[in-house]
Design a protein. Structure first.
Length: 242
């Protein structure tokens, strides 16, 4: 078994340059370093505007960084530095190892909720299409999405309904690294509990998770450790053993 952490972030820097505001520079990530091992859930904490979502987008390869390393060590023994990786390498890594439950669902028009969820499992190449659809239906049922909605495109769904489609998509295929940006923000208590269960199952299966959890109850339930954004180093606090 690979003993390296799945995620190894070293001295990550990112500055936004606001071209519409005379090139104003906004340093957002200032030497962020953290690691996440298999089966661990690291919670990013800190006030709004500290770069939590920006870090998530860097971890998914959506944003570039200005310096440092963002190493993803996969079970096949390969290491990819997302700061240096070519777009094709990022896409290939996403397909086989990464999942991202973003704050907002981005979907193609006319694609049904069931297909949006099944598609991730199909593109990961681990299941045939029929099985992927069955797994998608199982997850949508578990998340209490009314069956009448499964065949409809999620564009007109409520915030909580869209979020559950997004969650089902993130959890349908096992990922080595799972990124969760406020996954329970618009969910009721019953569905928050389902998400906590899904996170615990993913940890037990060995997935490394980085999450932003506004809801302290959810964070306390799932986080193995917290990393405070924007704080002077050392920024990691260890959760006391219960
Ligand atoms: N694409 C962007 N372009 C310019 N500034 C951005 C962009 N995304 C985020 N920011 C700024 O970076 C800072 C951190 O934002 P964000 O990562 O969303 O923080 P958090 O998730 O911790 O609330 C904020 O000041 C925000 O305005
Ligand atoms: Mg955010």
């Amino acid at each position: 078994m690979n003993k390296q952490p799945v995620l190894d972030v070293r001295g990550l820097h990112k500055t936004f340059t606001l071209h519409l505001r005379e090139g104003l520079r906004l340093p957002v990530l200032n030497a962020v370093s953290l690691t996440v091992a298999r089966g661990e859930c690291l919670a990013l904490v800190g006030p709004s505007g500290q770069g939590k979502s920006t870090l998530m987008k860097c971890l998914y390869g959506s944003y570039g960084a200005d310096g440092g390393q963002l190493l993803v060590n996969t079970a096949d023994g390969a290491t990819l530095d997302l700061v240096q990786a070519a777009p094709q390498q990022v896409i290939a890594l996403r397909r086989r190892a990464l999942a991202f439950v973003s704050q907002f669902l981005r979907v193609l028009p006319r694609v049904s909720a069931l297909e949006v969820v099944a598609e991730r499992a199909i593109s990961a190449g681990e299941t045939d299409e029929q099985l992927a659809r069955e797994q998608a239906a199982e997850l949508l049922a578990r998340l209490n999405l009314p069956q009448g909605l499964w065949g409809l495109p999620p564009a007109t769904f409520s915030g909580g309904e869209q979020q559950r489609v997004n969650i089902a998509r993130g959890f349908i295929a096992p990922a080595e690294l799972l990124l969760l940006d406020e996954p329970t923000a618009s969910l009721d208590a019953m569905n928050r509990r389902v998400v906590i269960e899904l996170i615990e199952e993913a940890k037990a299966a060995g997935t490394a998770i980085v999450g932003i959890f506004h809801d302290e109850e959810v964070r306390d339930a799932v986080a193995s450790r917290c990393h405070t954004m924007g704080a002077p180093t050392p920024a990691e606090t260890h959760k006391e053993a219960a």
